[in-house]
Design a protein around this ligand. Structure first.
Ligand SMILES: C[S@@+](CC[C@H](N)C(=O)[O-])C[C@H]1O[C@@H](n2cnc3c(N)ncnc32)[C@H](O)[C@@H]1O
Length: 239
């Protein structure tokens, strides 16, 4: 399964950012900024962004660190951000964006299910729209928690299922319009059928919180529905 996921993202990597902007009408930036705000960053800080894809969340964290450092007159060079993914083709686009702006973000290949980092190394481990693609999400959550210090945060941004009046139009949109644009823009209807389909089935809200609780890694877990529950942010405080 992971091999197929890797190959699917390799295939759509060149159009991934454009598709994100088109399909979410740019709202994914708002969700990422919300995630960064909830991180409540205190400097100096070490952040690991897993399944980073083209690096947007890692870059959003970096921008926040820069503004905090400038505001408080603190040095920038004792912070660390590592952006990782198991798909090298996606990482090419992350590396290009990061190099173009000379952001001090390390980009490394890593599988969420087997991270090469020491226990308790990071203050925050994050993953956006990646955990549902991982073969064993519970093991992925445990791995994220393993590399975070006690009282640090695991931050998971993932799709959910919208509720209320918005559910029906959204379901129509994700089942029909997304695959259509997937074919038109990315030349891959399959990927843009798979992505909304997995989102429609993936545990969200209380159900995903239970998965996190069952890892026994957290002293506290909060979650925030975003845009009628299209997405959720989960924040676990590591024991
Ligand atoms: C939908 S993209 C999300 C990318 C980015 N985080 C974002 O918010 O746009 C999912 C990413 O998860 C990565 N991925 C899936 N399973 C993974 C795993 N086991 N380890 C590392 N990366 C994984 C894929 O390669 C892909 O880049």
């Amino acid at each position: 399964m992971s091999k197929e996921v890797q190959q699917m993202f390799a295939k759509i990597s060149s159009k991934y950012d454009l598709m994100n902007d088109v399909l979410s009408f740019g709202i994914h930036h708002i969700w990422r900024n919300f995630t960064v705000r909830k991180a409540n960053i205190q400097l100096p800080i070490k952040i690991l962004d897993c399944a980073t894809g083209t690096g947007d969340l890692a870059i959003a964290f970096h921008k926040k660190i820069v503004s905090k450092a400038e505001f408080n007159g603190l040095p920038l060079n004792n912070n660390e951000i590592v952006a990782t993914d198991f798909c090298d083709e996606m990482l090419v686009y992350a590396k290009n964006k990061i190099a173009a702006k000379e952001y001090p973000i390390k980009v490394e290949n890593a599988d969420v299910l087997n991270l090469q980092y020491s226990d308790y190394y990071f203050d925050i481990a994050s993953i956006s729209f990646g955990i549902r693609n991982v073969d064993n999400p519970s093991k992925g959550v445990s791995e994220l928690a393993r590399v975070v210090k006690p009282n640090g945060k695991v931050m998971i941004l993932e799709f959910g299922q919208p509720i209320g009046w918005f559910a029906q139009p959204y379901n129509f949109y994700s089942k029909n319009i997304m695959p259509f644009f997937g074919k038109l823009i990315a030349g891959d209807q399959g990927a843009y059928t798979y992505l909304p389909e997995t989102a429609s089935k993936f545990p969200s809200g209380e159900n995903f919180k239970k998965i996190m609780e069952n890892t026994n890694s957290f002293s506290d877990i909060k979650y925030y529905p975003l845009s009628f529950g299209i997405a959720y942010l989960y924040v676990g405080i590591v024991k």
